[in-house]
Design a binder for this molecule. Structure first.
Ligand code: FES
Length: 580
């Protein structure tokens, strides 16, 4: 930790708008005063943007206006000037074709909102899956002092006295209906139990994972990730975050001071310990790309490989975020990494303290929720990175959500050319498939779907489910919801729509998955593979205009974070010219 706080007082960037008596200063201040702000708020104190991803069509974030008020209290208490700014909100549950297609658009829009307006620092008020990485990417690219506070997870769901996890039980119940062990009426009745309170998914899905990643990166106050959305302590966290950002601006503590390679390695190991979402791979690679940290897929395998999954939460385990909070939450997990000697203890956090200083005294209150290493869900919890002639640039698999018996498997490929082909044929009783086969789905990567939808955990064919089989090996260039499970190979790169070898897999080909040796192999000769690739032509829909065109023209591979190429890197926060 080598951070040295800047001298205070000094002139802040917001003063180039609000300070002085020139015509332009009067113009900027005058307009703001129509909201009834007293003159002393423009006296050079830190102006803090509360970047609020509230939206009624982002239900996971629909309670954020309440938290924004708490953040404001904190900012005022610390002597800052809070301004609430609505920003692009990406809902995982409602945005079509997939919220992921808009993560980069949101990041681009928010970056310009941060840079182009009179803000000295920002509170990133987020929750649903893509809102967290998109705002972190924007903060990394502007390098304005920034701190995250998330909306927090929903309370536990229950149906017929059984815990119901967001997403996880949607897949489970849906497959139970297909298998004939649950009626459609029960499925509809269970719907109300799935989202019982305000907040984000209550499983260790992508939202909880990204809240945990923000905390493990050092970009949120310690303990933020697990506090339930409706717990009064979530409001306290919001208020404390508001207080803290004011001091961060005075100290000039920026994202680039926190987001070092060590911080990303801490986050990768934390993701392994919590059994976090594979989506974290793409998001952390993209955030690292914005701040200029050289993070690779290989870092995920190297850092996570020997870290046991000790958080017993769905989809890998049995509890939910509410119980994780009662057990002590993420600080307990980070402390365990430190005790195991795999934490960069000195990593700086937005609190100004080192990561270790924040967690060293916390206590685990429930060893059935945060398990001892000897009882870990899996001893190698990290995201596995597979390579081979089917994935020259890599593919990922989450062992804690997979079936151990399928980790080494050789099977006949049953190929679906795209998601529509899969939907059209999967329920066909005549489909030539059994549990030894490997399901292959093409054209669902960043360009192909487009946006890389969470369809990699394809549901199994009903005739297999009816025989009590719950898992098969599945391979695609898609993503998978963090709430999902199965022996699912994801993010296969290069994707089919970019002419990767996945594009030329044929029905009946034999594929080998060998997780211990990190191998994904299509059992055809090099000559046959080359001949097929030479004849390949794209079949996915290609846009000719609009954002979709911009996305397809510029999106990078999943192996580097699926950012738009021209958005990589930090562009800082120059104040620009007066325009009046
Ligand atoms: Fe928004 Fe899960 S769908 S957090």
């Amino acid at each position: 930790m080598t951070f040295k706080p800047a001298a205070w007082p000094r002139k802040l960037r917001s003063q180039t708008w609000f300070g002085g008596t020139e015509k332009d200063n009067i113009y900027y201040r005058g307009w703001m005063k129509n909201q009834g702000f007293p003159p002393d708020l423009f006296d050079g104190r830190p102006v803090i943007g509360i970047l609020n991803t509230w939206s009624e069509l982002t239900p996971c974030n629909a309670h954020l206006n309440d938290l924004a008020q708490r953040v404001k209290h904190g900012i005022y208490e610390a002597g800052g000037f809070p301004v609430e700014v609505p920003v692009f909100s990406t809902s995982e549950s409602a945005f079509r074709p997939t919220a992921m297609m808009f993560r980069n658009l949101a990041a681009m829009a928010v970056e310009e909102q941060m840079r182009g307006q009179p803000m000295d620092g920002c509170v990133l008020l987020v929750g649903c899956d893509k809102t967290t990485p998109s705002l972190l990417m924007a903060a990394a690219s502007t390098d304005l002092p920034s701190i995250i506070v998330t909306g927090g997870p929903m309370l536990n769901g229950y149906y017929k006295n059984e815990r119901v996890g967001s997403g996880t039980h949607l897949w489970k119940f849906s497959e139970a209906v297909k298998a004939g062990t649950m009626t459609k009426e029960e499925f509809v009745e269970a719907e109300a139990s799935m989202s019982r309170s305000p907040g984000s998914c209550n499983t260790m899905g992508t939202a909880s994972t990204m809240a945990s990643m923000a905390e493990a990166l050092g970009m949120a106050l310690s303990g933020n990730a697990a506090i339930p959305a409706v717990d009064s302590r979530r409001r306290v966290m919001a208020q404390l975050t508001g207080r803290r950002i004011v001091q961060m601006v005075k100290d000039d503590l920026k994202p680039s001071d926190v987001l070092k390679k060590e911080a990303f390695e801490n986050a990768i190991r934390t993701n392994a310990a919590i059994g976090g979402s594979t989506n974290a791979v793409i998001h952390l690679l993209a955030i690292a790309g914005r701040v200029g940290v050289d993070l690779t897929l290989e870092d995920w395998d190297r850092c996570g490989r020997d870290v046991p999954t000790i958080v017993n939460l769905m989809p890998s385990g049995k509890y939910l975020m509410e119980e994780f909070f009662y057990a002590g939450g993420l600080p307990v997990v980070i402390k365990r990494l430190g005790e195991a000697g795999v934490l960069h203890k000195d990593a700086l956090t937005v609190s100004g303290e080192s990561m270790w200083d924040q967690v060293k005294d916390v206590v685990n209150h429930n060893p059935d929720v945060i398990l001892p290493a000897s009882k870990a869900l899996t001893q190698s919890g990290g995201v596995v990175v597979l390579k081979g002639n089917l994935a020259p640039k890599g593919a990922v698999l989450k062992p804690s959500a997979a079936t151990p018996a399928l980790m080494v498997h050789r099977g006949r490929a049953v190929v679906f050319e795209n998601i529509d082909d899969y939907k059209a044929r999967i329920n066909d009783e005549a489909l030539d498939i059994d549990e030894t086969c490997i399901m292959v789905l093409k054209n669902c990567g960043p360009k192909g779907y487009p946006g890389m939808a969470e369809v990699g955990n394809m549901g199994l064919p009903p005739k297999v489910l009816r025989r009590g089989i719950t898992d098969m090996v599945r391979i695609s260039d898609a993503r998978m919801s963090g709430t999902a499970y199965g022996t699912v190979v994801l993010h296969t790169s290069p994707e089919a729509a970019a002419g990767g070898p996945l594009a030329v897999v044929q029905n009946g080909d034999v594929i080998e998955l060998d997780v211990p040796n990190r191998r994904l192999h299509l059992d055809v000769s090099d000559a046959v593979l080359a001949a097929r690739l030479a004849k390949w032509a794209p079949t996915h829909v290609q846009a000719e205009s609009g954002y979709l065109w911009l996305h397809q023209q510029n999106v990078q591979g999943a192996d580097t974070g699926a950012d738009l190429g021209f958005l990589k890197g930090c562009r800082g926060n120059p104040v620009g010219k007066d325009s009046h």
